[in-house]
Every structure is written in C-alpha cells, then in structure tokens.
Write a protein that binds this ligand. Structure first.
Ligand code: SF4
Ligand code: SF4
Length: 221
C-alpha cells in the first residue's frame, strides 16, 4: 500500500491561511490504513485547524468528506457537490489522490495535508516499511523477492557494497538488503543467481509521466 505521513501542523495551518471555508477530504483506502488520512484523522485535523484559527483571532469553517479512494474519478467525483461554495480543499490522500481531487475540483485550490513516503508493507502494528519504488522494471525474480532498488540505501543492483557490516547497512538503521538477498537465495538453493551480474537497469522505465494502459484488455469480452 501507499504510506503517507501527516505534514507538520504549522505547515498545514499556514497553507490554509488565505482561505475561510475549507473542505477537508479523507481517503478510505491506503491513508486510512496507515492511520493518517481516514475519517477520524479528518475530524481531528479539522477540529485542530478551527481551534488554531480561533486562537489567531479569526475563523475557519470546515466541511468534512471521506471518499473510498481519492485516486479514482468515480469516488472523487462526489466531492464536486461537497466543495460547492467553499474556498479550498485540504486532501488527506496520497500525492496521486491530491492530484486527482485537484483535477476534479479545478479551479478550486487543493492543498496536501500529507507527505507521501513510500509503497510499503505493514511490518507490525502501526509500522510500515518501504518495499517498492515503482521503478517500472522489476528485478525481484533474481533477488529472491527482496527489492534492492527500494531497500538498499544506494539502490545498487550488484551488491553488497563495501559498507555492509555484520548484516547491517552502513547508512541508516536497516539490514543490508544485499545480505538479505544472499541469505534468502542461499536458503532457496539459488546462489548461482547471486553470482550473476545484473545488467544496467533501464531507468527510463522510471521516468515520468508514466501510464498503465490496459484499455484493450479491459474491453475484451
Ligand atoms: S525492482 Fe522496481 S518494481 Fe520491483 S519491487 Fe523494486 S522498485 Fe518495485
Ligand atoms: S550496505 Fe548493503 S544495503 Fe547498505 S548500501 Fe551497501 S549494499 Fe546497500
């Protein structure tokens, strides 16, 4: 899923200063699951923003709406009516959600309340770790299902580098991805894959704007 975290409150508050009536929009999918953009977070943030404005000596009116997915027009479309007569919207969706809501509500300004951080997995309760950088040219088949692009600090495709130490990466506080790859390939009896030199990666596949066009498949009977 896509993981995103709340921006600093001061930044959100300041971004809304030019506006008096704001639609605060939650997303019922990824950001709900990662506890930053669901109905409850919308309610809490809207309340905090109104209070902050009051303390500043003025007022902010908020309206709240949470759609199932901000990144799909059939869900985001219902926001048009909700935004009627308002000055701006504040989105608690990921970056894709903010952009689709901006398209749907244009020319209404739509501000982001979250910083989208990664495509990740739930590691334990309320902890998500990045697993994929959406590079568009997946190499997991040769790396035992462990992504060196997202999980190696240097994103190297033929590792490990000289900085690996006792299974830890020299950068940050994470296991060395290439040690993990080695260990899993060994457990799978596939160490020959480890010796194979990966060719230069096609980073053009990660160059935006990208599209996933499945219209022909979708139209098949
Ligand atoms: S190799 Fe690319 S597509 Fe595959 S998991 Fe890693 S970042 Fe994602
Ligand atoms: S120590 Fe491992 S994870 Fe860290 S940069 Fe080097 S190869 Fe990548």
């Amino acid at each position: 899923m896509i993981a995103a975290e709340l921006k600093p409150f001061k930044e959100i508050n300041e971004s809304l200063l030019p506006f008096e009536r704001v639609l605060v929009v939650g997303c019922g999918t990824c950001t709900t699951v990662c506890l930053t953009g669901g109905e409850r977070q919308v309610e809490l943030l809207a309340t905090a923003l109104r209070l902050a404005r009051k303390v500043e000596g003025s007022s902010l009116q908020t309206k709240e709406a949470t759609v199932q997915r901000q990144c799909e027009p059939e869900f985001a479309g219902v926001l048009k009516e909700a935004a009627g007569g308002l000055d701006a919207a504040l989105s608690l969706g990921c970056g894709a959600g903010v952009q689709l809501v901006s398209d749907v509500l244009a020319p209404l300004p739509v501000l982001p309340a979250l910083n989208t951080s990664n495509i990740g997995v739930a590691k334990e309760h309320a902890l998500w770790e990045e697993r994929c950088a959406a590079c568009g040219d997946c190499v997991l088949g040769g790396t035992a299902g462990i992504c060196p692009v997202a999980r190696c600090a240097k994103g190297i495709l033929n590792g490990p580098c000289g900085g690996t130490n006792d299974g830890r990466c020299e950068i940050g506080d994470a296991p060395c991805a290439w040690t993990l790859i080695y260990e899993r390939l060994e457990a799978q009896g596939r160490l020959d894959d480890f010796k194979r030199i990966a060719p230069p990666k096609d980073f053009a596949a990660a160059t935006g704007p990208r599209k996933l066009d499945l219209r022909e498949v979708a139209d098949e009977p």
